[in-house]
Design a protein around this ligand. Structure first.
Ligand code: ATP
Ligand code: MG
Ligand code: FE
Length: 355
């Protein structure tokens, strides 16, 4: 089946067409992402009003391009999927309303996708991965360990009690004078730095619940930075390297606990899977490899372009739901908040393919 996917929950405007074969394998026919980073950079973060307006300006053209690049017509679509949340509500309304219009005009099913569910199911688009698996979702807005038991069946095992990890990277970058978005900048600077120069706290290490905390670490970096003022380039590199080392140590410990709890509750996971923008960090990717091996499982990482927000993941999640007979009505509501494990449930009795 062919599905068009639309993503507008944050600062990427994206449209894609994917194909899901009856055996459950996936193929990307087109995947067009426009990052609005340039529009928001002068403000040091995403401005919701600017994002929503940019989505309106860009989305029609991107959908048109995605359809043309895929070489398919609207009549060929089995459905149109849009991220209906969680995210910045103005953007979500733009994407969902556009999807509704297409669904209505072309008389094709609408699938209102949870953006987090799309991140969770993305690895199945590129790999023959079966349930259950353990997801480390690590982005600008989320830092969660999730047991993915089936389409629509998610159990959140751990989460951040304060900042998301991507948010912490962005804030550290900002306080060190690095441009927005800070994650990649911190990673780049860290590669030139001495990770042992500063001994930053390793948040939550040793705690029995697999939760995260990043705001204390962020404050420790701020304090150290203000002590050193004015900052030399090497100071910035060393601060970034020491910060990243603390993040890696905390992540390793938290995932070890999360994977142990996963196994106790659901049996051994088929894989450890990572998604979200921070999962494109090479140091983190390397650390996850070790974490998975020590826990006796394999690491599965979608390519970086599928880790950050994109339309293919929305289309794929839509296809996975559609394959189970799930679609949504025209009353599907845009949602600023939408927990993955609260009501993303598939109706009882649905069997998960490939499981
Ligand atoms: P969400 O998906 O939770 O709604 P989001 O759309 O902001 O949030 P993504 O687009 O998946 O999330 O990821 C963006 C975040 O990832 C930013 O905080 C960014 O700094 C961070 N990030 C991107 N690349 C890297 C990197 N190489 N190292 C660390 N962080 C990174
Ligand atoms: Mg983003
Ligand atoms: Fe995302």
């Amino acid at each position: 089946m062919l599905v068009l996917g639309i993503e507008t929950t944050c600062d990427e405007t994206a449209a894609a067409v994917i194909e899901r074969a009856p055996d459950g394998s996936g193929r990307i026919l087109s995947n067009i992402v426009h990052s609005q980073i340039g529009d928001h950079a002068p403000y040091g973060g995403v401005v919701p009003e600017i994002a929503a307006r940019a989505h309106i300006d860009l989305l029609d053209g991107l959908i048109d391009r995605a359809m043309r690049e895929a070489g398919v017509g609207y009549a060929d679509l089995a459905g149109v999927a849009a991220a209906a949340g969680p995210g910045l509500i103005g953007g979500v309304i733009v994407g969902l309303t556009t999807a509704k219009a297409i669904a209505m005009v072309h008389d094709t099913p609408l699938i209102a996708v949870n953006h987090l569910e799309a991140h969770a199911l993305t690895p199945r688009l590129t790999e023959p991965l079966v349930f259950p698996y353990c997801l480390f979702l690590v982005s600008g807005g989320h830092t969660q360990i999730v047991a993915v038991l089936g389409v629509g069946e998610y159990v959140r095992l751990g989460t951040t009690v304060d900042d998301a990890m991507g948010e912490a990277f962005d804030k550290v970058a900002k306080m060190l004078g690095l441009p927005y978005p800070g994650g990649p900048q911190v990673e780049r600077a860290a590669a030139q730095g001495n990770a042992t120069r500063f001994e930053f706290p390793r948040p939550m290490v040793g705690r029995p619940e697999p939760n995260f905390s990043l705001s204390g670490l962020k404050t420790a970096v701020r304090n150290e930075a203000s002590r050193l003022l004015p900052l030399e380039e090497q100071d910035v590199a060393d601060l970034c390297a020491s910060f990243q080392a603390a993040v890696l140590a905390s992540t390793a410990d938290r995932l070890k606990v999360g994977l142990r709890i996963f196994e106790e509750r659901f049996g051994p996971p088929q894989a450890l899977v990572a998604a979200g923008g921070v999962a494109s960090n090479q140091a983190i990717r390397g650390a996850l490899e070790t974490i998975a091996r020590k826990a006796g499982t394999v690491l599965l990482l979608p390519p970086p372009a599928l880790c950050t927000d994109n339309g293919a993941m929305i289309a794929w999640a839509g296809a996975e739901r559609l394959a189970l007979g799930i679609s949504d009505g025209m009353d599907a509501a845009p949602r600023a908040r939408w927990l993955l494990d609260a009501d993303a449930k598939a109706p009882a009795g649905h069997k998960n393919s490939r499981a």
